[in-house]
Write a protein that binds this ligand. Structure first.
Ligand SMILES: [Zn+2]
Length: 177
């Protein structure tokens, strides 16, 4: 191996996964089994329980090499691109000293929607596309109509974007640009 010091630090994408947890009959978290190189979002009840103990934990991630758990606080609000975080500052594992740059996949749990709509301008019918993030279809419609006037706009379709990259520009079924 060559000297790591002069090389750029590896970029690792952490997918979001459910970790297996042991709980008391009351549902209290006893232990959690991290999956190396992933992150997990804690449920609302777990977060409230931690909060009641004075701990601020929204999510956890595990070192890709040794599974050491790192904590992500509620206020952590990184810039997001298409649902994933942008590249985060370097992680240095306290246990095994592994270092990497991190992208947390699917940090934004809302889905990306694409709305296709038409307007009539200067005797010309124009088709537009707009992207928005929402939890579900009704919310996506609500966000859309909060920004447009029904008299001037006809909504053709609004649906989750299946893949972020187009296979065919004319494929209207997938609503992908
Ligand atoms: Zn480690």
């Amino acid at each position: 191996m060559t000297s790591a010091a002069t090389q750029s630090v590896e970029l690792v994408e952490f997918p979001c996964e459910e970790w297996v947890a042991m709980r008391t009959p009351e549902g209290e978290l006893v232990s959690i089994n991290p999956v190396a190189g992933t992150w997990t979002l804690l449920g609302g009840e777990d977060r409230q329980r931690f909060h009641a103990k004075g701990l601020n934990i929204k999510a956890m991630f595990a070192c890709p090499r040794c599974k050491q758990i790192g904590l992500i606080p509620e206020g952590f609000n990184p810039p997001v691109e298409l649902g994933d975080t942008k590249e985060l500052p370097e992680l240095h594992c306290r246990q095994c000293k592994f270092g990497c740059r991190v992208i947390l996949k699917e940090w934004d749990k809302r889905k990306l929607y694409c709305a296709v709509y038409e307007t009539f301008e200067n005797n010309e019918l124009k088709t537009h596309k707009q992207y928005l993030h929402a939890l579900n279809d009704p919310e996506a419609k609500k966000y859309f109509w909060a920004q447009h006037t029904p008299f001037r706009v006809r909504l053709v379709a609004i649906a989750p974007v299946i893949g972020f990259f187009a296979k065919s520009e004319k494929d209207d079924r997938n609503l992908v640009v």
